[in-house]
Design a binder for this molecule. Structure first.
Ligand code: DAH
Length: 352
């Protein structure tokens, strides 16, 4: 054995060591450049040295370098094949769907609790033949008070309770933010003929100090029915039917006398406490009853102001607070929860 082939055997061993560590396409590519690269590749350099080898050793040396070159080429080919297959496998598994992974649930918005309550109230009355009507939030004194039979010195007209619009006129045209949804009764009577059965949900405004039970903006739903021959029994039957659809079959209603300028007689309507089944709880303050609305037979003067003949027609009206009903249904301690959009609260209400 001559010396040159021994050196080449050593190079071959070094190459095998390098090759054993090359996995990725980039590593294999580097190995090819290191060993077969045109400028400084190891095999290339040994081939270049052939010129300097003494004549009588050229044969053995040349054979040795060629053996090294053939081995390096064959091994590189193998490694390149393996790296390409590995890359293909990785790409394939990146594309594949792992059906055992837990799903990523998208954050889906839901209806606000107030919207849900409002829609449920609307649905209860729709099933009784009511249509939804609408009216403006900025009203005139006439629609909000005068046409509804509020005497000129009624305390509700006081600037302490009502938001008046700056520069919004005087007298009956004076503009204000409606303090209740009752003006929609008047707008409806003036714009259509009986029979009338409408429901009007909307925001109302009062200068109340903010506390757990009061907000300066809240939501009411007004109802109005006008036709020939409507009696107090119809009012009673309608609200009892509503209470059953809305609060459940066992819900009862109780009427107590009270005063509202636009109805005669006027009543407070309470529903039996659905939370404690009238055993007495915190929500009904132990009484078993919860007041949910005001109602009454439409005052003849109000019918007249609405262009409806009180000799021929009668009607009833009612008004309820949506926020208050939402509080009751969900057993909530504070109205402000309904406005803050705190997801922890909303999630709790949604899942209750
Ligand atoms: N408008 C009244 C309020 O805001 C509620 C109300 C009471 C409406 C009696 C009515 C009614 O239609 O008949 O307190």
């Amino acid at each position: 054995m001559t010396e040159a082939p021994f050196v080449l055997d050593e190079q071959l061993a070094r190459f095998e060591l390098d090759a054993a560590r090359a996995r990725t396409s980039a590593e294999v590519q580097k190995l090819r450049v290191d060993w077969l690269g045109k400028g400084h590749g190891v095999v290339t350099a040994f081939l270049g040295l052939l010129r300097e080898v003494p004549k009588d050793e050229k044969g053995a040396y040349g054979a040795g370098v060629n053996k090294l070159k053939a081995r390096v080429e064959a091994r590189l080919k193998e490694l390149e094949g393996a790296a390409a297959a590995e890359a293909a496998r990785a790409a394939e598994s990146a594309r594949a769907v792992d059906v055992t992974l837990p799903p990523r649930v998208p954050a889906v918005g839901r209806l606000h609790p107030l919207t849900v309550v409002r829609r449920r109230i609307e649905a209860s009355f729709r099933s009784l033949g009511y249509e939804v009507a609408d009216g403006p939030e900025v009203e005139s004194d006439w629609y909000n008070f005068e046409s509804l039979n509020f005497p000129p010195d009624h305390p509700a007209r006081d600037a302490v309770d009502t938001f008046f619009v700056k520069g919004g006129g005087t007298g009956r045209d004076r503009l204000l933010l409606r303090t209740h949804t009752s003006p929609v009764q008047m707008r409806t009577m003036l714009s259509r003929k009986p029979p009338i059965r409408i429901l009007c949900p909307g925001r109302v405004f009062r200068k109340d100090d903010i506390d757990p039970r009061h907000l300066p903006v809240f939501n009411q739903i007004e109802g109005l029915a006008v036709d020939e021959g409507i009696t107090f029994a119809d009012l009673r039957g309608t609200l009892a039917a509503f209470a059953r659809t809305f609060f459940g079959d066992r819900a009862k209603v109780r009427f107590g006398p009270t005063f509202f300028p636009f109805v005669e007689p006027g009543v407070d309507v309470a529903v039996s406490c659905v939370l404690c089944e009238q055993k007495g709880c915190r929500v009904c303050s132990g009484s078993g009853w919860i007041e949910i609305m005001g109602a009454g037979m439409v005052h003849p003067k109000v019918l007249e102001n609405g262009g409806i003949d009180p000799e021929r027609y009668t009607g009833f009206a009612f008004g309820m607070g949506v926020d208050r009903i939402a509080l009751l249904l969900h057993g909530l301690p504070d109205l402000r929860l309904l406005l803050e959009n705190d997801l922890r609260f909303l999630d709790r209400v949604w899942s209750s």
